[in-house]
Design a protein around this ligand. Structure first.
Ligand SMILES: [Zn+2]
Length: 490
């Protein structure tokens, strides 16, 4: 009988569990089957007991490839970037003296218009997607441009590079420059339908697991301002007939945008109400930014089980504002993080985590400058702890994408979408001057028992990775069990 090959990773594991906790385990065995799914995970296995443990699992040498992690390395789930713009990456670090609407007109639309040229798309998209993968993003929600053919190119490239993704063709048929606008709502809809069919016709991915695609189409009205009522009505019909379809759009990013939206939709009570009136708010909708939501909008978002993509880097750069993420978490809203390139200046989710930390700190300083004890809620007006940042960047993002049964944490039955993080250069001092191996310090902040001390070391490595790390620390990137990036990937 054919026995599928199993790959067993052996080493330290850091895994998000809840919004306020994560597990740190040493001596972990993680068995990944030929389909790229996790069969089982066993904690606290000593070197000398590996073979015995494998035999107990009915595995013999011939069936198994063992991959031991090195000192200073750990496994964690890959990052889920819930909002970014692939065609804006060439503009990274450009135009941050502008606010949203001017920035779109002067920098963003001119860049995106280049993708009319399919050869341009073929030339620039490969390095862009490789950058996201190298940063440790295993699942990414991409906005494309309005162009059908270039979005197919983007899809082909993401597919060939093996990343899991949601990809959307922008719908935009008003309030856009003449050189970058769809000619009619009917054309916008027919191109959207063609794009959805194209994405769904792709081969399922490396797992060859039927019904388990790596790429999903996502309906992407750019934002309310750029869509006519006619277009939104047609999108309403489209998504109503197909509840599997993800939806992504922007909401309440900038005050001028909010005001203009109210002018365009005077019959709607608020911004979220515009999308709701067109049936676009549901459990597989991703709303980016959500900085200026009214109380009633927060209630509506929660009621519709919509996810919010928090994009703090972009919100700082374009002076859009600071989203009160702690408040949303207390209200039970699903939250993930987004890099929002090129409003954001980095494709790395580590940068999004850092800025989410700073954003929460600024909110806390504004509303509670004396750091007085807060009675209500766990998160509002407090700095987000490391556990929460980790959760939002992985499991929270998976919930926002409604893929949390499959990805976002490492558990039996889920896909092996994972990173091997390498912090071994923490002791080589070449990268972070003054850093020494914690074991060499005479006075340590760790406690005496070896178990809690190894936990403290792993927690320290995670914090260092989040606040000081970059793609040089991303040793391996796996999607559905397949190695697709990292410094070990030639
Ligand atoms: Zn955006």
């Amino acid at each position: 009988m054919f026995t599928p090959t199993i790959t067993v990773y052996y080493g330290s594991l850091i895994n998000p569990t809840t919004l306020t906790s994560y597990e740190t385990v040493t001596g972990c065995l993680i068995a990944v089957n030929a389909h790229g799914n996790i069969d089982w995970i066993i904690h606290d296995v000593k070197d000398s007991s590996i073979q015995e443990t494998l035999l107990q699992k009915g595995l013999f040498d011939a069936d198994v490839t063992i991959v031991p992690l090195q000192e200073g390395q750990f496994i964690m789930p890959g990052f889920v970037d819930t909002h970014t713009h692939a065609p804006q990456v060439p503009n990274t670090g450009t135009g941050y003296q502008s606010e949203l609407l001017d920035w779109l007109e002067n920098f963003t639309f001119p860049m995106e218009a280049n993708f009319q040229d399919v050869d341009f798309a073929k030339k620039v998209y490969p390095s862009i997607i490789k950058k996201f993968i190298a940063s440790g993003t295993t699942t990414c929600c991409y906005y494309g441009t309005l162009h059908l053919e270039s979005n197919k190119v983007l899809t082909d490239i993401v597919h060939s590079l093996g990343q899991r993704a949601l990809i959307g063709k922008c719908n935009m048929d008003r309030n856009c420059p003449s050189y970058y606008i769809e000619p009619s709502s009917s054309r916008s809809i027919s191109d959207t339908q063609a794009f959805i069919s194209y994405v769904r016709s792709l081969a399922p991915g490396p797992s060859n697991n039927p019904g388990n695609p790596l790429i999903y189409p996502v309906v992407t009205p750019r934002f309310a301002i750029s869509c006519t009522n006619e277009l939104l009505s047609s999108l309403k019909t489209l998504v109503h007939l197909d509840t599997r379809l993800h939806i992504q759009t922007h909401i309440s990013e900038n005050m001028k945008e909010v005001e203009y939206t109210k002018e365009l939709y005077p019959d709607c009570e608020h911004y979220a109400g515009v999308y709701d009136s067109y049936g676009l708010l549901r459990n597989n909708t991703i709303l980016a930014h959500a900085i200026w939501l009214q109380e009633k909008e927060i209630d509506l978002v929660k009621e519709r089980e919509v996810g919010i993509s928090h994009c703090p880097t972009s919100n700082f750069n374009l002076r859009s504002g600071i989203a009160p993420i702690g408040k949303y978490l207390d209200r039970g809203v699903k939250i993930g993080l987004g890099t929002d390139v090129s409003g954001g200046f980095s494709a790395s989710m580590l940068v999004a985590m850092r800025n989410a930390s700073i954003a929460s700190t600024v909110v806390a300083l504004q509303n509670n400058p004396t750091n007085a004890p807060i009675k209500e809620g766990k998160f509002a007006n407090r700095q987000l702890p490391l556990a929460t940042l980790l959760y939002l960047a992985t499991k929270g993002g998976a919930e926002v994408c409604v893929l949390d049964q499959q990805i976002g944490s490492l558990e039996p039955g889920k896909s092996f979408d994972a990173l091997i993080v390498d912090m071994s250069n923490i002791s080589s001092t070449s990268k972070w001057p003054g850093d020494v191996d914690p074991a060499l310090r005479k006075i340590s902040t760790t406690t005496s028992s070896s178990r809690s001390s190894s936990r403290a070391i792993l927690e320290g490595l995670l914090e260092k990775f989040v606040f000081c790390g970059d793609d040089r620390n991303v040793f391996a990137v796996f999607v559905q069990g397949k190695l697709i990036g990292g410094t070990s990937y030639a």
